[in-house]
Each structure stands twice: as C-alpha cells, then as structure tokens.
Design a protein around this ligand. Structure first.
Ligand SMILES: Cc1cc2nc3c(=O)[nH]c(=O)nc-3n(C[C@H](O)[C@H](O)[C@H](O)COP(=O)(O)OP(=O)(O)OC[C@H]3O[C@@H](n4cnc5c(N)ncnc54)[C@H](O)[C@@H]3O)c2cc1C
Length: 312
C-alpha cells in the first residue's frame, strides 16, 4: 500500500498552528496537526488574556477551546501527544518520523513555539520541581501564604507576579535593570499591589536549596544579598523550540527561524510561524496572524507543486 502524502503537516498546535490549520483546511488542503503535548499551546499554561481583540478579558482555556472547536468543523487530522523522532525537510516530500507514525507531506508549517529561558545559575537544575518553576499557573498554588521571587521585567514577569500576589504572602519582583520593559498598564497595576516588592538592578547569582529552595542569592549594586524565599519563577525571555530543525534551517543569531514576510523559510515548502520565528512580537494575536499568512501561502505552494512533478 502506498503511504499517504499530506498536503501539509503542521507541527505545533498552539494558536499559530491551529490558525494555519484552519486556513489550510478552508483551502481544501489535506492537513495534519501534530503536537508533542495537548492541543492549545502556551496559553494553556497561564490564566487570562486581556489584549486579544474582541475580548476585554478571556480565560485562556476558554480561548483555546474556542480555537479547537472552530478547527474541528474542518477535516483536520489532529495528533496530540505525538513526539518527533526524526525529520527531513530538505526533499520535495518532507518526512517526519514520530513516536506514533511517519508522516509524508508536500509542505510543513513549523509552529512549535518557544520555551522559557533558564537563569543559568548554580542550583537551578537541582531546584526544578523543588521550588523553581517556569509556570505560575501550574505551580502557583503550592505557594499559598509563602514567599516567592519572580525574575524578569517584561509583560510575562509582571503578569505572573500579579497572579502570584493573590496566592503568596509576599512576592519579590527581581529585575536586572532599574526599570521594567512591560506595558505601562501592567506597571501601573503592579505598583498598587502591597505585597509585591521590587528588587531592581539585581542579578541572580545562585539558588539555595537543601531538599527544597530556601533562598536566592543576588547581587544588587555590587553587594551580594540573600533573599529568603520558598519559590522562584524565572520569566526572563524565550528560546525557540527548534531541537529537530536547527541544522536544516536558517536561524537568527539568537536561534529563531528566519522567515520572509510570507512565513517561508530558506527551504521550499517549509514555513515557520508564531513564537518560533524572527517575529518582533510574541503574542497570541501575532501568532494567529502568522498562521493565516502561512496557510494562504502554503495553499498556493501546494497548488503550484501539483503542476510540477514532486520527487520523493
Ligand atoms: C506566562 C505567559 C503569559 C503570556 N501572556 C500573554 C498575553 O497576555 N497575551 C498574549 O497575546 N500572549 C501572551 N503570551 C504569549 C503567547 O502565549 C504566545 O505568543 C503564543 O502562545 C504563541 O503561539 P505559538 O502557536 O507560536 O506557540 P505556542 O503557543 O507555544 O504553541 C507551540 C506548540 O508546539 C508544541 N511543540 C513544542 N515542541 C514540539 C515538538 N517538538 N513537536 C510537536 N509539537 C511541539 C507545544 O506543545 C505547543 O502546543 C504569554 C506567554 C507566557 C509564557
């Protein structure tokens, strides 16, 4: 029996991947949506979004559910919990070997997002799960009436500090500069919260733990200090989830996939969208927008490739 060739396989079922799938399916492409985890993406790890047009405030689970319900109206084959083992993007027909099955595809859209950067300091690895967490919504509840540190100065850090201030007794917000780069509206909001204390111009040096975290060593204005804390939540930026693709694709110096304005990478039939690419803004709205652009361009590519012979 000959193996099925999908018109497009989309890797990553976050907002970008889901919207790409929607646009591909509406153009009548036969597509598969593959994710190492559940359908939904990064928004499943936090609580609310207040900057998605049309909703003053929406619960992220509700938003992802709406996204999924929408794509379920179309013939999109979903493969959650499917781990990539090997991938070859260089030929006309792309091959993706996963734990579940091998996919062949005329085109690929990479939408595997980005993961939180590590602090890269002593104690961080050992402290993971023992007081260091990269997801306040997942682990925040363990810190009821305790002391926590959030590290970072962007929107995510401030949002998570605000979230944790409702659970923990005290939140230290530690930032290496003397001002935050988060939206002004968040900065104004966090200043009103009594149990959040700013620790500015501070570098994290070491996480102190015995069986669990009990402190964070910082250097502030040249002086070393220890902040007694039960939990540490680093939100200092993102690195692209490119494990399987990096050797085959052109990347930016900081490791994100380089695309043109049509979301095309350096390889024919390979597109990248959302947080994983060289985008100036990593948000749900920009991710879904990338998905739409890629969906339309992939449809053109597949139509065009049907006119020429594809080599396996
Ligand atoms: C704490 C936090 C708060 C945020 N708050 C907001 C906000 O208020 N408003 C806003 O607009 N944005 C917010 N964002 C950013 C927003 O969530 C992202 O920009 C958006 O989710 C990017 O979508 P994406 O589809 O590109 O990637 P993701 O949502 O990250 O989805 C990527 C998907 O790829 C999957 N994947 C990863 N590796 C593989 C692999 N090897 N194989 C298969 N699948 C894989 C993942 O499981 C995931 O489902 C926030 C992010 C964080 C972390």
């Amino acid at each position: 029996m000959t193996q099925k060739i999908f018109d497009c396989v989309i890797l990553g079922a976050g907002p970008a991947g889901m919207n790409a799938a929607l646009y591909c399916a509406r153009a009548n492409l036969d597509c598969a949506l593959v994710d190492i985890s559940a359908i939904g993406g990064a928004p499943m790890n936090y609580l609310e979004i207040e900057n998605y047009l049309g909703f003053n405030k929406i619960n992220t689970f509700d938003l992802c559910e709406k996204f999924e319900q929408h794509i379920d109206n179309f013939n999109i084959q979903k493969y959650p919990y499917c781990e990539i083992e090997k991938i070859d993007l260089t030929k006309d027909i792309k091959k993706i070997k996963t734990t579940e099955k091998e996919f062949l595809a005329k085109s690929i859209i990479i939408a595997t997002g980005a993961s939180p950067k590590k602090l890269d300091i002593k104690g961080e690895e050992e402290a993971r799960g023992k007081g260091v967490s990269y997801c306040a919504i997942c682990d925040g509840n363990f810190y009821k009436d305790k002391i926590v540190c959030v590290v970072g100065g962007g929107n995510s850090a401030l949002e998570e500090a605000i979230y944790l201030s409702n659970i923990a007794k005290k939140v230290y917000l530690i930032h290496r500069r003397n001002e935050f780069r988060a939206d002004k509206i968040l900065q104004e909001r966090i200043k009103q919260i009594e149990n959040v204390e700013f620790v500015l111009n501070a570098q994290c040096k070491e996480i102190l733990l015995d069986n669990k975290v009990y402190g964070l060593k910082i250097e502030q204005n040249g002086i070393e200090k220890i902040i007694e804390t039960d939990g540490i939540f680093p939100y200092i930026g993102l690195s692209a989830n490119i494990d399987y693709f990096h050797s085959q694709l052109e990347l930016t110096p900081d490791g994100f996939i380089l695309t043109d304005e049509n979301m095309k990478t350096n390889l024919d039939g390979v597109y990248a969208i959302g947080d994983i690419r060289n985008t100036p803004l990593r948000q749900v709205i920009t991710a879904v927008s990338d998905g739409a652009i890629a969906g339309v361009n992939v449809s053109k590519y597949v139509l065009n490739s049907e006119k020429i012979e594809i080599k396996k």
